[in-house]
Design a protein around this ligand. Structure first.
Ligand SMILES: [Zn+2]
Length: 404
């Protein structure tokens, strides 16, 4: 049993971890950006302070130190003191560091039919549609997976501002960007269902190594797409058609970002949509019913154990597959563009934000100013943050047909 107690202070948090009689304590300063690792922000609307923690993308190090890996599964209780409301994982759930997420502060809760949405107190939004859409997605997936709900009584989601991603599937504390409220309803349903599917595939059965993350992302993505199509019918087709037109993944020179805690969960590395197409073709060859039975069999056999991508493919009765990865040419540059100097300065903190900013910087750079040569050179340049290189690689393969 691992017990993590987080005492929230104004400047930093005190974290006590007890594992099988061994104890350690650390003082952790809050990060300003995020939510990645332990972050604290003040709502400008009313001055209220919120703390959000995400253990994904290497953020677990803030609570557990750098030793935590995807296979450190153990019964874990996370207790958060010092906030009016704390949204935490179910006590005693089998969790690895990257599963851990919590939200603390004066959250306002809206609830209906076993779904809870926590939002900051100043957020003036009707959450009724979000509650109903989540319920519909959960019901579709409960029917697919069979058995009981892996999240216990209530399914809790927390709306957070300024997240670089749309959602993160932490057990007991699914984080959603406030941007989902304004998103296209089909896209919103796909995101809600993707995160809900992770409660089975990713949380109940979880990756053995960082290189296995893509396999789980692909299954959650496919289930999200199937939920969308099942609930919204042909209205979902334009979104799903666009979502499925995904470029290949890029192969970076040097370290494989799939093996790094800080980058393995990035969409550009894990390739959810690319992996989903592989599973979709297996499902077509097996028929939907057989595919569903084999996924259920995977859960029965592997629930609560770290599971490799190879074991997932074996459970489906087919050999392992990987999406295509393209090697981009090695380039040297004469003089580096100003935009790339900014990317170089992004640092290694918060990989999801770094990848996003790098992509934005590339798009904003003058198309005729040598940005493609700059970006290609950056892929193999170890002084460029790896998350930024991954983001730039995604831009390059996406735009491969219209390179300047
Ligand atoms: Zn996912």
């Amino acid at each position: 049993m691992r017990t993590i107690t987080v005492q929230l202070g104004a400047e930093e948090a005190r974290v006590d971890v007890a594992v099988d009689g061994a104890r350690f304590r650390r003082q952790v300063g809050y990060r300003g950006d995020g939510p990645w690792g332990l972050t604290r922000w003040t709502d400008p609307a009313d001055g209220a302070a919120y703390v959000v923690f995400s253990g994904a993308l290497g953020g677990a190090a803030d609570l557990l130190g750098p030793v935590s890996g995807p296979d450190d599964l153990m019964p874990t209780a996370l207790v958060v003191d010092g906030a009016p409301v704390a949204v935490t994982p179910p006590a005693g759930a089998l969790l690895a560091g990257h599963h851990l997420g919590f939200a603390a502060g004066p959250w306002r809760a809206a609830a209906a039919a076993g779904v809870v949405v926590h939002a900051r107190s100043s957020l003036d939004a009707d959450l009724g549609d979000l509650l109903a859409e989540t319920r519909a997605a959960l019901d579709w997936l409960l029917d697919f997976f069979g058995g009981s709900a892996p999240w216990g009584s209530d399914y809790a989601q927390v709306l957070v501002p300024d997240a670089p991603w749309l959602a993160m599937e932490h057990p007991g504390c699914v984080l959603l960007s406030e941007r989902v409220l304004a998103a296209d309803p089909v896209r919103r349903m796909a995101v809600l269902a993707h995160e809900a599917a992770h409660q089975w595939l990713g949380n109940l059965v979880s990756p053995a190594a960082w290189t296995d993350v893509g396999a789980f992302e692909g299954l959650a993505e496919l289930l999200g797409q199937l939920t969308c199509r099942g609930l919204l019918g042909h209205d979902a087709d334009p979104y799903l058609d666009a979502r499925r037109q995904t470029p290949p993944l890029v192969r970076l020179p040097g370290d494989d970002p799939r093996t790094l805690a800080a980058t393995a969960g990035l969409a550009e590395v894990a390739g959810p949509a690319q992996h989903a197409e592989l599973y979709r073709s297996v499902r077509s060859s097996l028929t939907g019913d057989v595919f569903r039975e084999r996924v259920r069999g995977l859960l029965l056999d592997r629930g609560g154990t770290a599971t490799s991508a190879a074991q997932i493919w074996a459970a489906l009765g087919v050999g392992p597959q990987e999406p295509v990865r393209v090697s981009l040419p090695v380039a040297t540059r004469a003089e580096e563009g100003a935009w790339l100097r900014q990317v170089r300065d992004l640092g290694e903190e918060d990989p999801a934000t770094v990848a996003l900013w790098a992509r934005r910087a590339f798009r904003a750079a003058p198309a005729k100013g040598g940005r493609v040569a700059d970006a290609v050179a950056a892929l193999g340049d170890r002084s460029v943050p790896r998350a930024a290189a991954v983001g730039l690689g995604a831009e390059l393969v996406r735009g491969a047909r219209r390179l300047d």
